[in-house]
Design a protein around this ligand. Structure first.
Ligand code: M6R
Length: 607
C-alpha cells in the first residue's frame, strides 16, 4: 500500500512530487524518496520516517533544474522501514530508477538468475530485483520499451511502477498488474500516480490504466501499449469531479466503505507468495524456525480477538492443535500457567494495543516463544515478537476494523493449512482444493460486493429503529456473530450482542419480542439444522429475523439474505463483508460519523 507519483512537464518536478507524496501520506508513510535526471545522472534522495525527513535531505542546487521525476511514499509490507529499503531503487549501473507498489512473488528466483549474471544488489527488496531485471533486459534487447515488456513477462505477482532512465530525461515508463495506477493529463505536463489526489491540484483529466498496460509519457506525449505485444491501445479520458477528500477515499463516501471494498485485493495480497501452486504447498518462511506447536494460546483485543476465536475452530479442525483464546486485558492479570511446547500467538492490526503488548511482554518474560500476526511493519508488537507474520492489508484508516480482520483470517487459514501439511493431516487433494478455493476468493468477492452493499442498504432501513440486536452463529460463525455485533454497536450505536445460537435459550431469549430483531448467520453447513431450530424458537416469540444464508437453505425468515454457496471456512469471506456492510449502511442511514465513531480511537495505546 505505497504511494507512487511520477511527473513530466514544464514545472520544477520536485515540488510537484513532494506535494503529490503529501497527499498520498494517508496510504502510509514510513519512508519516502524521489529521483530525477539532471546532467546525465540520476539524483536519488531517500529518507526513513515522515516526508519532512526527505524534504530536509533535498539538495536545492540540483533540485531546481529537474522537470520530471518519480517519487514514492512507503508503507512497508516486507523489510524494515529504513532508508535502504526506501524507494526509488536503482539498477546496478545507476541508469534506471524505479518506484514500485505491490509484491513480486518470484523475486528470489529472478534474483538468483540475475546474481548468476553478475548482478549485485544493495537492498533486500523485490523492487530492486525488478529494476535490475529491466536493466538486464535492456542489455539483451537494446531498447527500453522492449526491455520493460520482456521483464514484465518474467515477473509473477502484483505491481504498479514508474521508472526513469538517465539516458532519456523527460520520459517516464509505468505499468500495472493488480495494483492501481492512474494517468493524469495536463497541458505540456503529464502525471502518473497510484491515487488521484496526488495530481488533483494540477489536472482532473485522467486515464485509468488496466492490467497488462504499459505507458510511456513525456511532457507532450503519452502512449499506452499492451505490455506484452507492445501494440498501442486506445484509452478513454475521464474527467474527475471529486474533491480532494473524496479522492483520498477513492470516490467512496467513507474510508470504512473503501476498506470493505478493498478486501478482494487484501485477500490477493495475503496469498501472494504464500501459495506454491506447482508444489501444492503453503509457504510461510517467517516461521520456518518455529517448531509446530503442541498447543497454541491466542491473545488479542476487539476485532483481532474475534479473528483469534475463528482461528481456534480452524486450527483445531485442520491442524489438530488445541487452541486457547483470551482477551489480552484478562490474560495479563492472571497467573500464567507454564505449559511445555506452548506457543503464544498475539494478533493486532496496529501492533500498538497496550493490553496485547503487555500480554506479549509477560509471556516472553516467562520464556515462551511469541508469534505475532500484525499489519503494521516495525510496530512494537512486530519488533518484540520472536516471529512475525505481516498481514499486508495496507493502512486501515477507519476506526472500525474491516479489511484488517479479513487479512488476519486469511493468514490464520494459511497457518492452519501450513501446520496441517507439516503434520501430514491433509491429503494432497484436500490441500489442492483448499488452495483452489482460496485463490478463487478475490474474484468471486469482487463480483459480489456491489450487490451485497445494495442488499445491506435495503434491509437495514427496516431495522433502523431497533434498540437492540442479537447476532447468532454456530461453530466458525459464532466468532463472526460477535464481530457483526461489535461492528453494529461501534458505528451505529445500536446495542448488539453476539451469541452462540445454541446459547440463546439459556437466558437471552427472554429479551426477544417483535421489537428485538436477530441477525442469524446460517450458511448451508452441517449445523444448519441446529440453527434452524434456534430460529424457530425466536419466531415462536414473534422475534424478527434476518438470516445470512446460502442457496437451498430452506429458511423461512423475515429477510433472507443469500450469499454465494462457498463451502466451509471459505464462506467466511462473504459473511464478514455482509456483516460489515450491514453495520455500515445502518450507521449511514442513521447519520452517524462512520469513520470516527464517538468515544473510540483507532489504536488503543492505554490500558
Ligand atoms: O490494533 P488492534 O488489532 O490490536 O486493535 C484491537 C482493537 O482495539 C480493535 O480491533 C477494535 O476493536 C476495532 N475498533 C474494532 O473495529
Amino acid at each position: 500500500m505505497c504511494g507512487i507519483i511520477a511527473y513530466s512537464g514544464h514545472r520544477p518536478a520536485v515540488p510537484v512530487i513532494i506535494q503529490g507524496l503529501k497527499s498520498l501520506e494517508y496510504r502510509g508513510y514510513d519512508s519516502s524518496g524521489l529521483a530525477f535526471v539532471h546532467l546525465n545522472r540520476i539524483h536519488l534522495f531517500r529518507a526513513s520516517g515522515k516526508l519532512e525527513a526527505l524534504e530536509a535531505r533535498l539538495d536545492s542546487g540540483h533540485v531546481i533544474h529537474a522537470t520530471s521525476g518519480i517519487g514514492h511514499t512507503r508503507w512497508a509490507t516486507h523489510g524494515l522501514p529504513n532508508e535502504q529499503n526506501a524507494h526509488p531503487h536503482l539498477d546496478v549501473n545507476s541508469d534506471l530508477a524505479l518506484v514500485h507498489n505491490g509484491i513480486i512473488e518470484n523475486f528470489q528466483e529472478l534474483k538468483d538468475m540475475l546474481s548468476g549474471q553478475g548482478c549485485t544488489f544493495r537492498s533486500e527488496t523485490d523492487t530492486e530485483v525488478l529494476v535490475c531485471l529491466i536493466s538486464f533486459g535492456l542489455s539483451q534487447k537494446g531498447d527500453l520499451r522492449q526491455a520493460v515488456s520482456w521483464a514484465l513477462s518474467q515477473v509473477e505477482g502484483s505491481y504498479a511502477f514508474a521508472m526513469i532512465s538517465r539516458h532519456h530525461p523527460g520520459t517516464v515508463w509505468a505499468a500495472r498488474q493488480a495494483s492501481p495506477l492512474i494517468f493524469g493529463l495536463g497541458t505540456g505536463e503529464n502525471f502518473i500516480a497510484s491515487d488521484i489526489p496526488a495530481f488533483l491540484p494540477f489536472t482532473r483529466d485522467v486515464v485509468f490504466l488496466e492490467d497488462n498496460e504499459l505507458v510511456e509519457m513525456t511532457p507532450e506525449k503519452w502512449t499506452v501499449f499492451n505490455a506484452r505485444t507492445l501494440e498501442p491501445i486506445e484509452k478513454k479520458t475521464q474527467t474527475i469531479s471529486w474533491d480532494v477528500q473524496a479522492a483520498r477515499k477513492g470516490g467512496y463516501k467513507h474510508f470504512m466503505l473503501k476498506e470493505i471494498f478493498e478486501q478482494p485485493k487484501v485477500i490477493r495480497d495475503c496469498l501472494a507468495g504464500r501459495i506454491q501452486r506447482h508444489k501444492n504447498s503453503i509457504s510461510l518462511p517467517e516461521i520456518k524456525d518455529l517448531p509446530i506447536p503442541s498447543r497454541l494460546h491466542i491473545i488479542a483485543c476487539g476485532t483481532s480477538y474475534h479473528a483469534g476465536l475463528w482461528g481456534k475452530y480452524l486450527l483445531e479442525a485442520l491442524a489438530g492443535i488445541p487452541v486457547d483464546v483470551e482477551i489480552a486485558s484478562e490474560f495479563r492479570y492472571k497467573p500464567l500457567v507454564p505449559e511445555k511446547d506452548k506457543v503464544y500467538l498475539t494478533i493486532s492490526q496496529s501492533g500498538e494495543t497496550a493490553d496485547t503488548l503487555a500480554a506479549l511482554r509477560l509471556v516472553r518474560e516467562h520464556g515462551f516463544p511469541v508469534l505475532g500476526l500484525c499489519n503494521v511493519v516495525g510496530s512494537s508488537l512486530a519488533r518484540e515478537a520472536d516471529h512475525v507474520i505481516y498481514t499486508q492489508a495496507g493502512p486501515e484508516i477507519s476506526v472500525a476494523s474491516t479489511k484488517a480482520m479479513c487479512s488476519q483470517l486469511v493468514l490464520i487459514f494459511l497457518l492452519a493449512l501450513y501446520w496441517a501439511e507439516k503434520k501430514r493431516l491433509l491429503t494432497g487433494k484436500d490441500l489442492e482444493n483448499a488452495i483452489t478455493t482460496l485463490l478463487s476468493l478475490p474474484e468471486a468477492l469482487e463480483l459480489e460486493l456491489p450487490d451485497m452493499r445494495d442488499r445491506a442498504a435495503s434491509i437495514c432501513k427496516e431495522y433502523s429503529n431497533a434498540q437492540s440486536f442479537f447476532f447468532l452463529g454456530r461453530g466458525l460463525f459464532y466468532p463472526l456473530a460477535l464481530e457483526g455485533a461489535l461492528k453494529l454497536k461501534e458505528i451505529s450505536y445500536i446495542h448488539a450482542e453476539g451469541y452462540a445460537a445454541g446459547e440463546l435459550k439459556h437466558g437471552p431469549i427472554a429479551l426477544i419480542d417483535p421489537e428485538f430483531p436477530t441477525f442469524a448467520i446460517a450458511p448451508c453447513d452441517g449445523l444448519l439444522g441446529k440453527v434452524k431450530s434456534n430460529l424457530k424458537e425466536i419466531q415462536a416469540r414473534k422475534g424478527r429475523i434476518i438470516a445470512l444464508t446460502q442457496p437451498g437453505s430452506g429458511l423461512m425468515v423475515d429477510n433472507e439474505w443469500k450469499i454465494p454457496g462457498q463451502e466451509g471456512p471459505a464462506s467466511t469471506f462473504f459473511i464478514l463483508p455482509a456483516l460489515q456492510l450491514f453495520a455500515y449502511e445502518t450507521a449511514v442511514y442513521l447519520g452517524k460519523d462512520v469513520d470516527q465513531p464517538r468515544n473510540l480511537a483507532k489504536s488503543v495505546t492505554v490500558e
